[in-house]
Design a protein around this ligand. Structure first.
Ligand SMILES: NC(=O)c1ccc[n+]([C@@H]2O[C@H](COP(=O)([O-])OP(=O)(O)OC[C@H]3O[C@@H](n4cnc5c(N)ncnc54)[C@H](O)[C@@H]3O)[C@@H](O)[C@H]2O)c1
Length: 342
């Protein structure tokens, strides 16, 4: 027998637009309500997507018993407030990245998930990007031997992307936590074990009116000895992409989130004979696959199993980013403590 559709709602409707479309296109969900403090935007989304309930105060959504799932797509520093309130109202939550901007908020969400038993998923889109998903599969399959080094990046230009009311310029929103969390989460996911130490340098030469560093170079040491590098800049002049390289003892994968191909160099050919092989593999380009995120969330709710980017995964990425920022500030390597999430 087909299960009843899950009633869904979206809080904040800019990036939340992708969530609106994903819930409307998913056969297991029905979009019942939307919320934004910008009443003009709210009305235009309500009219365009024919949503029955549109409210400026998110608490009105949480009071609706027919809603089981809430997407939190508000500015980063509202994530904890909105997610915890939704969990405590008995809703499952899909929360945009970064899960939080600090560890205290991350711990508070973990506690709320444990107390309420609801499903919580952090929306880390790289885990649903076709090239990265294929890279993940190839690494797990052993196609490039044993992984020993990984790198990724957050290469953006925020000159015109400050967020409504300039919320990205708030010093609480360090670009390494708010932006480079994409790259840090990607390398954490690909490596598959926790990073234990971070070291980073930062500077501030491009967006000189930004209150914090606008560029970082960071390295991470993982528990299994793998080393990783993440570059972050929000002021560079270059097209946006997340060029990522995964180095194994028997091959290398070079891929990103914007290209229709990825490159794989391997010491094995397709007949399992040892010799150098270089392949260019076509991949679908889907950089913001919120449909994939919603499908994973629905599967987790239906099975009761946590999604792969669960609350602890979201928090561990926050912890790694916070350690890198602290290292750039102190000039010293910083241990990454994930023990509070066990
Ligand atoms: N997954 C991705 O690749 C990706 C891309 C962009 C943004 N994001 C994340 O999505 C979130 C939103 O970013 P954005 O680019 O949409 O920002 P934005 O500034 O473009 O839009 C924010 C929206 O939130 C609304 N809002 C603000 N406070 C609110 C509140 N208390 N209640 C309800 N609505 C409120 C604003 O009116 C605005 O419409 C952030 O967490 C950001 O990091 C993720």
């Amino acid at each position: 027998m087909k299960s009843k559709k899950l009633g869904a709602a979206v809080i904040a409707l800019k990036e939340g637009l992708r969530h609106i479309k994903a819930y409307q296109s998913c056969s297991d969900t029905e979009l019942l309500a939307i919320c934004d403090t910008d009443s003009e935007l709210l009305e235009s989304r309500r009219a365009e997507f024919n949503v029955s309930t549109a409210v400026v105060d998110y608490r009105a959504i949480l009071a609706m018993p027919e809603i089981q799932v809430v997407s939190v797509a508000s500015p980063d520093y509202f994530h904890a407030e909105h997610a915890i309130a939704a969990l405590q109202a008995g809703k499952h939550v899909l929360c945009e990245k970064p899960m939080t901007l600090n560890l205290a908020d991350a711990e508070a969400i973990i506690r709320a998930v444990r107390e309420t038993g609801r499903i919580f998923m952090t929306g880390h889109p790289t885990r649903f990007t076709p090239a990265f998903m294929l890279a993940y599969k190839m690494v797990r399959r052993g196609d490039i031997g044993e992984l020993f080094m990984v790198e990724s990046e957050y290469a953006h230009n925020y000159s015109h992307a400050r967020g409504k009311d300039d919320w990205r310029v708030d010093p609480r929103r360090d670009p390494f936590i708010g932006g480079a969390c994409h790259a840090v989460d990607l390398i954490r996911w690909i490596v598959g074990v926790d990073p234990v130490e971070a070291f980073a340098y930062g500077n501030h030469k491009c967006l000189t009116d930004w209150p914090v560093n606008d560029a970082y170079m960071s390295v991470f040491k993982f528990a299994n000895g793998v080393i990783g590098k993440v570059m972050c800049s929000i002021g560079l002049v270059r097209p946006y992409t997340m060029r990522s390289v995964f180095y194994g003892t028997e091959g290398t994968i070079v891929c990103d989130n914007m290209s229709a191909t990825m490159q794989v160099a391997s010491t094995w050919n397709s007949n399992h004979e040892k010799h150098a092989d270089f392949a260019t593999i076509p991949v679908e380009v889907d950089n913001h696959n919120v449909e994939g995120e919603v499908a994973a969330l629905v599967a987790a709710i239906r099975t009761g199993q946590p999604p792969q980017a669960d609350v602890c995964e979201g928090a561990k990425t926050v912890a790694a980013c916070v350690a890198a920022v602290e290292s750039a500030r102190s000039g010293k390597p910083v241990s990454i403590d994930s023990s509070f999430m066990q």
